[in-house]
Write a protein that binds this ligand. Structure first.
Ligand code: FAD
Length: 207
C-alpha cells in the first residue's frame, strides 16, 4: 500500500493484493479496502478523521507482453508495445525510452541512413534489449518471490525509522539509482548500525 499527496490538498491511498484474491476482495470492496489500510499504523490513526473524496478505482487486467512494435507506416511505443505489471513502476520511463529510440529510428529511415523497415526492426531489437532485464525482474517481484524472506524482513525492519535510507532502498529496487548504490557492504553496515542491529545480520543481506 502507499499514500501520497495529490490535487486539491487530497491524499491518494492505494493498495494492491495478489491477483488470486481478486474475487474475494471484490465481494466487499469498501470493507476490505479499509481493513487493508488499517494494517498500517500511521494510516490507521488518521482514518477515523478522514473523508473519502472519490469513488473507488480498481483494476486486475495488467497483462505482461511484448508486441512487435512496427509495420509499414506504423509504430508503437509505451504500453501499446510492451505492457507489464505496475509493480516496479517502469511504465512511464519505458514509454519515454521507447519514444527516444523510435525517434532515432525514424530519423535514420527518413534521412536515408537505412531503409525505414530495417530502422524500425532495429528499434524493436534495442527496445527489447533495454526492457527485457527489467521485465524479468518485474515479473519475479510481481510474484512476490523473496519478499518475506527473513533477510528482507530484517532489512525492512532496519529501514522502518530511517526515511532517507528507505527512499534509497526503493530507488535502488526501482532502478532510479544503481542497485549497488544501496546494496553495498558499507551502506548496509550503516543501515544496520543506524537501526542498532547486530553486525552478523549483515552478511546474508548482500546475497
Ligand atoms: C495501478 C498502476 C500504477 C502505476 N504506477 C506507475 C508508476 O508509479 N510509475 C510509472 O512509471 N508507471 C506506472 N504505471 C504504468 C503507467 O501508467 C503506464 O505504463 C504509462 O501510462 C504508459 O503510457 P502510454 O503513453 O504508453 O499509455 P497511456 O498512458 O495508456 O496513454 C495512451 C493514451 O492513448 C489514448 N487512446 C487510446 N486509444 C486511442 C485512440 N484510438 N485514439 C486516440 N487516443 C487513444 C488513451 O486514452 C490514453 O490517453 C502504473 C500503472 C497502473 C495500472
Amino acid at each position: 500500500m502507499f499514500a501520497f499527496p495529490t490535487n486539491d490538498g487530497l491524499t491518494l491511498t492505494a493498495i494492491a493484493w495478489p491477483h488470486d484474491e481478486f474475487h474475494r476482495f471484490r465481494s466487499d470492496i469498501e470493507g476490505n479496502y479499509f481493513d487493508t489500510l488499517r494494517m498500517m499504523p500511521s494510516l490507521a490513526e488518521r482514518l477515523p478523521a478522514a473523508r473519502r473524496a472519490e469513488r473507488f478505482t480498481g483494476m486486475a487486467d495488467v497483462p505482461n507482453f511484448f508486441r512487435q512494435p512496427f509495420g509499414p507506416g506504423w509504430a508503437l511505443v509505451g504500453d501499446a508495445g510492451h505492457h507489464k505489471d505496475p509493480l516496479l513502476a517502469r511504465g512511464i520511463s519505458d514509454a519515454f525510452c521507447d519514444a527516444d529510440l523510435l525517434a532515432a529510428a525514424v530519423d535514420d529511415g527518413l534521412s536515408g541512413q537505412r531503409p525505414m523497415l530495417e530502422a524500425l526492426a532495429r528499434y524493436e531489437q534495442l527496445r527489447n534489449e533495454r526492457a527485457m532485464p527489467d521485465n524479468e525482474l518485474n515479473l519475479a517481484m510481481a510474484h512476490l518471490i523473496g519478499w518475506d524472506s527473513p533477510d528482507v524482513l530484517r532489512l525492512r525492519a532496519a529501514l522502518r525509522n530511517n526515511p532517507t535510507q528507505a527512499s534509497r532502498f526503493f530507488a535502488a529496487n526501482m532502478k532510479v539509482i544503481p542497485h549497488e548504490a544501496f546494496f553495498n557492504p558499507d551502506n548496509l553496515q550503516r543501515v544496520i548500525a543506524q537501526a542498532g542491529m547486530r553486525q552478523e545480520q549483515l552478511a546474508t543481506m548482500l546475497d
